[in-house]
Design a protein around this ligand. Structure first.
Ligand SMILES: [Zn+2]
Length: 199
């Protein structure tokens, strides 16, 4: 997968200057300057061909087998990444707005989350709900994305202190950041982000 930032999982170009103090070894400049709400992103792979095709087939043509095969890859990365640190106590899928859910018939993040919950033996939580139907984020600036996502989520029950948020694709991270902030404001201490693909 090449070298990537240990916080946001974005690629770090060869020769790019990285910050190597004790706390931010191998994080990208962006994460050092303005640390995100979440602790780290673990991605099965990069969002590029053929994974981008597989993920759009999954979402729009209900090719659910892609979720299962990519979840296996993600599971292996998670096991490696948590060899020396405790796994989260609950897994939380990034929810779809009920309107989108009824249009599509399934939430791909739920499928991934269920797979990982079974294979890793970590409980699922449905505490996080989506109360705002956010328009597609494609082509929007980071500022517009954040504005769209303002108050998009709601927590209907409490969560343990260490959780993982799970989404199919993480691009700028604005969606998971918004959800992570809400969790952190509600007593969660550590939020990790797991995804099938990171741009
Ligand atoms: Zn980063």
């Amino acid at each position: 997968m090449g070298r990537s930032c240990m916080t946001c999982a974005s690629p770090i170009e060869a020769g790019h200057i990285t910050h190597k103090s004790l706390n931010d070894a191998n994080s990208c400049g962006q994460c050092v300057k303005k640390p995100p709400a979440f602790d780290k992103v673990i991605a099965a792979t990069r969002y590029k061909f053929p994974v981008d095709k597989a993920l759009s087939e999954l979402k729009f043509n209900k090719q659910l087998h892609y979720a299962r095969s990519l979840s296996h890859v993600l599971e292996r990365r998670i096991r490696l990444s948590y060899e020396d640190t405790p796994l989260p106590q609950a897994l939380v899928a990034i929810p779809l707005h009920p309107k989108r859910l009824s249009e599509r018939g399934f939430n791909q993040s739920d499928i991934i989350t269920r797979h990982l919950s079974n294979s890793l033996g970590i409980q699922l939580s449905n505490a996080l709900t989506r109360v705002k139907d956010t328009p597609h984020q494609i082509g929007l600036s980071e500022k517009q994305r954040r504005k769209n996502l303002n108050n998009a989520f709601y927590l209907r029950k409490s969560l343990p202190t260490h959780i993982a948020l799970i989404d199919d694709v993480v691009t700028t991270g604005s969606t998971v950041s918004e959800a992570a902030k809400l969790c952190l404001n509600s007593g969660v201490k550590t939020v990790d982000v797991w995804c099938l693909a990171k741009t």
